[in-house]
Design a protein around this ligand. Sequence first.
Ligand code: HEM
Ligand code: HEM
Length: 221
Amino acid sequence: MAERRATIWDLPIRLFHWGLVLCLAGSWYTAENDMLDQHVLFGYAALTLLLFRLVWGLVGSDTARFRSFVRGPAEAVAHLRALLRPGPLDAHAGHNPLGGYAVLGLLGLLAVQVGTGLFISGGDIFLVAGPLNGFVSGTLADRLATVHEISFALLQVLVVVHVLAIALYALVKRRNLVRPMLTGTGAIGADDPQPRIVSPLWALMIAALAAGSVWALSLLA
Ligand code: HEM
Ligand code: HEM
């Protein structure tokens, strides 16, 4: 199919993506090295990004909207078939129907990760606790800490699958998905319309609201 170039990822989505990568790397490093004060800060930053992304999924640019990439299983299977067939893939503006599920999985696990973090405590040694730790019993907080640990393991698995999938697109289908996530520009079908891009000023406002809410939440700690 003939192709042309267009803006497929707006700046807010790209900042969200690479900011998230940074926050997860930071959360992981600080948890591994018993730097819980800093861990919680990375966690708050991840929560801000997540809140922003959930709202942007409703009101943001076309390719950011959940309704544009959350598809029924039949479409996901059809995409999988196309992937397994030899030869190139048609250009697609935004997440393909299979990738859409990966995005939901990543965002869902991230919500569990950050959500449980808010309730747990570093114990007597670290004296650091999530802002909602005081609202739950010690037993519940311990259980949520276990969930926090398990969800991180699952998140790591999903991130590996995510990066492997992107590598396979590049190697087998000769489609570079990383460049568009860096520059915003990628291929769409020659007859496809330019996806609608919402002003980044709206994104700034939503991000400020998200940051303000997380700051207010952090005051409960
Ligand atoms: C902590 C690690 C990572 C997490 C949690 C993560 C998460 C995500 C999420 C949630 C999306 C959906 C974007 C959106 O619509 O908001 C996404 C897309 C994407 N990510 Fe990552 N990512 C990670 C690492 C990486 C790395 C290391 C690369 C580069 C090799 C990468 C490349 C991409 C690309 C190219 C897309 C767009 C895929 C498409 O065209 O549909 N990601 N990622
Ligand atoms: C990006 C999101 C996050 C990731 C990837 C993450 C990851 C982790 C990991 C891997 C651990 C070590 C678990 C263990 O082996 O015991 C941990 C512990 C901890 N996290 Fe997070 N976390 C995140 C967000 C948060 C948030 C938002 C908070 C609170 C505001 C938080 C509070 C804590 C605390 C208090 C501990 C220590 C718990 C214990 O010692 O059992 N985390 N986190």
